[in-house]
Design a protein around this ligand. Structure first.
Ligand code: NIG
Ligand code: FE
Length: 423
């Protein structure tokens, strides 16, 4: 089998170690090494060693010159809502005048305006809109991305969204993981009908989640567990049903107000609890003692202008498994520049650069149940890697807003390149 060597890196951030989420003191060691490259055969990494040793082991290999850049695992963006119709510029300005996010949704805007837009947009157009957005995300060195439905909010429209996500999974060079977020909101037509709220919960339990599991359209089910959206009891009921149908679980938990969502995620054995900006002390303790990954989304809090962030330091110090993701969506986080997330991790969440790297690679993979497959440069793992045009792992969070990813490979194939093609 032909071999490719990634050589001549100034520095390599391997994130290598156990194939599970890192926590506690492990978060200080991102496996940063000098003079080390990677050998790839087919879809797999077969060796991580000095350039000399790689060349000795594979003398006939093709070489990719890292040009004294930074060699790293591909990033894992474990939380996006990347399939949507129109952008929501007006709402951005409305929030600036002081109207809160949940109040906008209560008035029928917010998520509901994205629902109207998605329902009016043919599947082919949704696909065509998503492709360049995803290309921007991948251009930052992302090689695995989770995409949620949640702007359809009827059984048929949620299934249609998940089919668009499946088409993207087939067409994109990156790995795509699908999540059903039919429980993103109570659809307006169900809110208005008497007894409608209950009818939507029943539709989720009896129709949508079983159909999604049957057709293999998503790996995860998710819910917006938030006071004013879905209660804790409703969330437990819907997610327990989804789990019984065969789906793994995620929660939007304690985003704006503490609704004890983190402890529910632990109780249900959810793979991740996401947002957590309003998590309680009890929630932190519960997450720290569990396998559930705490996924923080600092771009969302920044873009909402809340002036707050999730208590990342307290979560890390308690020993929780912390991941970071963009939450890319048209309402609260139109962010496709993945490296900016590392800047927010350091500057807003007070994380170290090593913590930021591990939270966007190994722990992002764990938040998708993929810690044995991707997120680290080590023999046996998927050949998901990126070269960034910097010579120090701390430079990526530092030079914020820059486009520094040179090339990225997913499953042993190029998935992004900023290099000019030379004939
Ligand atoms: O993760 N909070 C709920 N869902 C998304 C935002 C959805 C929207 O406003 O369109 C989030 O922030
Ligand atoms: Fe989200």
């Amino acid at each position: 089998m032909p071999t490719t060597l990634f050589v001549n890196a100034a520095q390599t951030v391997t994130c290598s170690g156990p194939a599970r989420a890192r926590r506690g003191p492990e978060m200080q060691d991102a496996g940063v090494r000098d003079g080390v490259g990677v050998a790839v055969q087919g879809e797999r990494i077969v060796m991580v060693d000095t350039d000399d040793m790689l060349r000795r082991a594979y003398p006939d290999a093709h070489e990719v010159d890292c040009n004294r850049g930074l060699l790293a695992p591909g990033f894992v963006d474990s939380h996006t809502h990347a399939v949507f119709g129109a952008a929501r510029f007006a709402e951005h300005e409305l929030r600036a005048t002081g109207v809160p996010y949940l109040e906008i949704a209560h008035r029928g805007g917010g998520i509901h305006s994205s629902v109207r837009s998605l329902r009016d947009t043919p599947s082919g157009v949704l696909f065509d809109l998503a492709v360049p957005r995803m290309a921007r995300l991948l251009a930052g060195g992302v090689t695995t991305v989770e995409i949620k439905s949640g702007y359809g909010l009827s059984v048929a429209e949620e299934l249609r969204t998940l089919r668009v996500i499946r088409q993207l999974a087939e067409a994109l060079p990156a790995r795509v993981v699908a999540t059903c977020l039919g429980a993103h909101e109570v659809p307006l037509e169900y809110r208005e009908a008497s007894g409608g709220r209950e009818a939507w919960l029943v539709a989720l339990e009896e129709e949508l989640h079983p159909a999604v599991a049957r057709e293999g359209l998503a790996h995860f089910a998710d819910i917006f567990c938030e006071p004013g959206v879905f209660t804790r009891d409703e969330s437990r009921r819907v997610l327990a049903g989804a789990r019984a149908a065969g789906l793994a679980l995620k929660l939007h938990a304690d985003e704006l107000h503490d609704g004890d969502g983190a402890s529910l995620a632990v109780e249900l054995g959810a793979t991740s609890a996401d947002h957590l900006a309003a998590i309680s002390d009890a929630g932190i303790t519960a997450l720290a003692a569990s396998e559930t990954v705490a996924t923080l989304l600092p771009a969302t809090m920044l873009f909402l202008g809340t002036g707050r962030q999730a208590p990342a330091r307290r979560l890390l110090e308690a020993g929780a498994a912390v991941a970071l993701a963009t939450d890319f969506n048209p309402g609260t986080s139109p962010l496709t520049s993945f490296p900016l997330l590392l800047t927010l991790a350091v500057s807003e969440l007070r994380m170290s650069a090593a913590e930021a790297w591990l939270a966007t690679t190994v722990n992002g993979a764990a938040a998708l149940g993929l810690a044995g497959e991707t997120g680290q440069l080590a023999a046996g793992f998927s050949a998901d890697l990126a070269v960034h045009a910097v010579d120090d792992y701390r430079a990526l969070p530092y030079w914020f807003g820059e486009r520094l990813c040179d090339v990225a490979w997913c499953r042993g194939r190029a998935c992004h390149s900023s290099r000019a093609v030379v004939a």
